[in-house]
Design a protein around this ligand. Structure first.
Ligand code: BGP
Length: 480
């Protein structure tokens, strides 16, 4: 249905999003070093391992499979894939750079030329079609060497290695990349530190002390990246990236309302407050005091955070969360895996993630009310098991419905006054799931013939949503 009033602002960045470790493959090629993503097993055990205490970062091929090693082979097929993105009319493409292609061990003095050249080719290919790259510097991976030698983000030294890596990227790609993101879903580390921090929690007692120290290191690294980016590419914009879960009280019991607000501030706002406002919020200082947390802050750190906040806020939105102060073990079990209890008003995906388009409008408004910065929805989408028909077609109407409903809510939020830069649905081409390592949890407009057992031809096929999204972009949101 065409509706001219649904049109998005001129220059709105329609596109799609991916991450290096989930699509490139090219394991060990072009001098690539081993990263934390390379040691994550596939299959359902991944989620349990990600939350477990004492993960050991070793590869054990007798016991596990490692789907990220091959992923969907974008490393060799990027030209074909980018041509498909161009056919859909993408204005931008969100991707990440694998740190280990540039610095295989993370602490070398000089970068790896083959790695740099690979991304040069990818950016050139994108520009050939007028697609603007949006680049995440660190998306759920870091060199294993930095984990083994330094303990990942626990160590202050990693800040310097990251800064060197970021500076190399800005210098090399200053004429090719104008949109940068620092750390993907920086707040995920509250739940899954292996993904974000590159270390596993060793014991519960030490959990929060270690967590907040590592966050501090990432905040300093983020500000150093903002500083370098502005110095080297004055016309570039650099943003943070937050996993946002709008948090609803289960009912109007003030205890639950307060609890939901507190949980939301802690999970959704803590990192953004530091990265956007440039200071530690009062609620976290109270938390530190009450829990005897003392983080090591070097002279000049707080000034640096204040001086170099991000230019915009990017975030992922998949679902909301519903909170209750007192939860039974059954209620916790039925929750979506990221806290909270089941919301009786919402349906879920096959993986138990609540489908809540209105939650996106709420998120956009909450962000804008608090920070008044431009926003960018850099992840959103429906993970589903797609069926390929005999004739090769894929009728993913459920995905079209999901994305249409979320686009409508973005439009409402723009009417509410929110400044929105763009929309890049997650996994625009099917790729390896971050939380489960499965291929069968598909998000794409483009189907990839690869399966959970590692088999498949790797052929690409256009799903029904491919043609639908193409029209959405061509009409700037008027045709939904
Ligand atoms: C986000 C990550 C992505 C991604 C997505 C979907 O948390 O930034 O890397 O994969 O969620 O999650 P999943 O792959 O677990 O379905």
């Amino acid at each position: 249905m065409k509706n001219e009033t649904m049109k998005f602002p001129e220059g709105f960045l329609w596109g799609g999003a991916t991450a290096a470790n989930q699509l490139e493959g090219g394991f060990g090629e072009g001098g690539k070093g081993l990263s934390t993503a390379d040691v994550l097993p596939g299959g359902k055990q991944r989620l349990t391992l990600l939350k477990s205490i004492g993960f050991d970062f070793e590869i054990d091929k007798d016991k596990y499979t490692y789907p990220n090693h091959e992923a969907i082979d974008f490393y060799h097929r990027y030209k074909e894939d980018i041509a498909l993105f161009a056919e859909m009319g993408f204005k931008c493409y969100r991707m990440s750079i694998a740190w280990t292609r540039i610095f295989p061990d993370g602490n070398e003095q000089e970068p790896n030329e083959a790695g740099l050249a690979f991304y040069d080719s990818v950016f050139d290919e994108l520009h050939k079609y007028g697609i603007e790259p949006v680049v995440t510097i660190s998306h759920y991976e870091m060199p294993i060497h930095l984990v083994k030698e330094y303990g990942g983000w626990k160590s202050r030294e990693v800040v310097g290695f990251f800064e060197r890596y970021a500076r190399v990227l800005f210098n090399r790609y200053k004429n090719k990349v104008k949109y940068w993101l620092t750390f993907n879903e920086i707040n995920i580390s509250f739940e899954m530190p292996i993904q974000g921090f590159g270390f596993a929690i060793q014991n519960e007692e030490d959990k929060y002390q270690t967590t907040f120290q590592a966050f501090h290191h990432q905040f300093v690294a983020s500000s150093l990246a903002v500083k370098a980016c502005h110095e080297i590419i004055p016309d570039a914009k650099i943003g943070c990236m937050i996993l946002y879960l709008p948090t609803y009280p289960y009912d109007c019991n003030p205890e639950n309302v307060l609890f939901a607000k507190q949980e939301s501030r802690f999970f959704n706002n803590f990192c953004a407050d530091v990265q956007v406002r440039g200071e530690y919020p009062a609620f976290i200082q109270r938390y530190f005091k009450e829990h005897n947390i003392e983080i090591e802050v070097q002279p000049g750190d707080l000034e640096l955070l204040k001086q170099y906040p991000v230019d915009f806020i990017s975030f992922s939105y998949y679902m909301s969360r519903t909170e209750k102060k007192e939860k039974s073990p059954e209620e916790i079990m039925q929750g979506n895996g990221l806290g909270g209890v089941r919301n009786p008003f919402l349906k879920t995906s096959e993986w138990g993630w609540e489908i809540d388009p209105i939650g996106l409008r709420i998120t956009l408004n909450e962000f804008y009310d608090r920070y008044q910065k431009p926003l960018f929805v850099v992840e959103n989408g429906l993970g589903a098991n797609d069926k390929v028909e005999e004739d090769g077609s894929i009728h993913d109407d459920y995905r079209i419905d999901y994305i249409r409903d979320h686009i409508k809510q973005m439009r409402e939020a723009i009417e509410d006054g929110v400044e929105l830069m763009g929309y890049t649905p997650w996994g625009c081409i099917d790729l390896v799931s971050a939380s489960t390592g499965e291929m069968s949890k598909r998000y794409g407009f483009i189907y990839v013939d690869k399966h959970d057992d590692g088999g498949g031809t790797f052929d690409r096929k256009k799903k029904k949503s491919f043609f639908w999204y193409k029209d959405v972009i061509a009409t700037n949101g008027a045709e939904l």
